[in-house]
Design a protein around this ligand. Structure first.
Ligand SMILES: [Cu+2]
Length: 189
């Protein structure tokens, strides 16, 4: 075999070991940042979260998903093993952002409605028992005024593609998940 041909064959072997689907190598999972804003969770790349970012209807007393209520457009794709960062994005009330949790009583521009449940306590992230872990698990809580603060979590590396991981905010005895603050990750294929 001419020397040049043998060299070309050696170079091709590692290239063929890469899956044709273009999947990244293990350990290269991309981090995903999710904002907590307007009583919703949504990708940080969005200008803000909106009503349609509710991922599922929650059982009022538990925050668990009501069967078959997942909103397909609100599922956030992540890779197994990736880091997920939840970022508190609520801020003071203003013309462009009038309805964040922080705009309620006690916020920087607070409106005291005299109803304790309407006072913004902050936001939390709780993995639902309906997810692959099988048990409810709190990932963290950020108090009112926590704009810019984060909670980080790693998606288990052994989850199968298509696995859905529901989560919700459980502050105020569940008042936030009852108004739609529910999210769901989906392990990408
Ligand atoms: Cu909340």
């Amino acid at each position: 075999m001419p020397r040049g041909v043998r060299w070309a064959a050696l170079v091709l072997v590692p290239a063929l070991a890469v899956p044709l689907g273009g999947a990244p190598p293990v350990g290269a999972s991309e981090a995903v940042t999710i904002q907590m804003h307007n009583f919703r969770y949504c990708p940080a790349a969005q200008a803000g979260c909106f009503v349609e970012d509710q991922a599922y209807a929650a059982v009022p007393t538990t925050g668990e998903p009501v069967a078959s209520t997942y909103n397909p457009v609100a599922l956030i794709d992540v890779e197994a093993g990736a880091q997920v960062v939840f970022r508190y994005e609520d801020g003071p009330a203003g013309l462009a952002d009038p309805l964040t949790c922080d705009s309620f009583a006690g916020g920087p521009v607070g409106i005291d409605l005299g109803i304790s449940q309407l006072r913004c306590p902050g936001h939390s992230v709780v993995l639902a028992a309906a997810g692959p872990g099988g048990v409810r698990q709190s990932l963290g809580f950020l108090p009112q005024g926590g704009r810019g603060q984060t909670i980080a979590w790693n998606v288990p590396a052994d989850l199968a593609p298509g696995t859905v991981i529901p989560f919700f905010c459980d502050v105020g005895d569940g008042v936030h998940h009852r108004v739609g603050m529910t999210g769901a990750l989906r392990v990408a294929s």
